[in-house]
Design a protein around this ligand. Sequence first.
Ligand SMILES: [Cu+2]
Length: 342
Amino acid sequence: MGEFQFYPEQASTIAGPIDALYWTLTGLTLLFSIPIPFVILYFMVKYHHSRTVDRGNPSHTSMKLELGWTFGLLGIALGIFFWSSYLYFDIYRPAPANTLDIYVTGRQWMWHTQHPQGKRENNELHVPVNTRVRLIMTSQDVIHSFFIPAFRVKRDVLPGRYTTMWFEATKTGEYRIFCTEYCGTEHAAMGGRVVVMELADYQRWLREDLGVIPESAAPDTSGRPSQPPSAGGESSGQLSTMAAAGQQIFIAQGCIGCHGQQGRGRAPSLAGLYGAQVQLENGQTLTADENYIRESILNPRAQIVAGYPPIMPPYDGILNDQQINELIEYIRSLTSEEGTTR
Ligand SMILES: [Cu+2]
C-alpha cells in the first residue's frame, strides 16, 4: 500500500499460479487481437479503389488449415479450462486438513471476524504467515463478497449459509480487504485490512485483552484448543474461546438436556459429529460440515437423523449468527468418545 501499484502484490501461495493463468489469458488475447488492425490497414491500402489490383474472388479451401485452427483453438480453450478448474478447485474444495479456521460475518457495511480463541475484530483480519487459514463466512443481511487482492482469493458471502475459502499468506504485512458485491449505499466503503504476522506474534496478539487464559486453551498451530475449554470465561469479564462461549449457549438453551449425558437415547451424541457421515431418516447420507450443523440447529426438521424422533425444537430466530458459530466451535471441540465411527 502507499505508493501507486500497477498490480497487487503477490502475498499468498496461490497468487503466483493465478497470475500465471491471468497473464497467459492476457497474452493470448493480445496475440489474437493485435494483428487484426494491422491486417485491416494492409487491406485498406492494398485494395483502395484508386489501385489497380486483381479483385477476382477465386475460392480455394485448405483442409489442413481448417482442421488446424479448429483443433488448435479447441486445444487452447480446453487447456485453459482444465488449468483454471484446477486452480479453482484448489481454493474452493473443502480446505486441506489442519487449517486455522476463522469466522467471517459480513453485514451492511462492515466485516466482522472471530478467531476460535474468542478474539473478535471489525474490518480487520489478523492471520499468521505460512499457515493455511480457512475462512468460514456468512452474511447477516444481503450478499457480500470477501476479496483479498494480494492473496488472489475472493468468494461470495451469503445470508443463511456458510461459504468457505482458504489461503496461505507468504509475506508478513498489511493488505486490503474489499467487498466486491454491490451491497447498498456504503458498499464502496466496505473493506478493511488483513494483517499477516509471524506465528509467535499472532499467538501473542490473540492473547492481548484475553487476560490470563489457561495453558490448555492456549492456541496450538492448528489454531484451536485441544481440550474442550472450561466454561466461565465470559462471566469473569474476559473473552472466552468460541468453544467455551458455545458451551455456555449449549447449557443456557437447554441443548444439553437432550444431547448431554442424561439425554442418552433421546438425541444423538454430538461428540465426533463434525466431519462425520450422518445417516438421515430419508436414507440420505451426508457429511456433517458447518452448513449441516447450522441447518440442524435452525431447522432440525429439514434433516432428521435416522433412528431419532423429530422432537428437536427449531432455533431459527432464537440464535444469532455469532451464537451459531460458537455452537459449531463447541461441537467441533467435542471429540468422539467411542472412537472414529459414530
Ligand atoms: Cu458488502
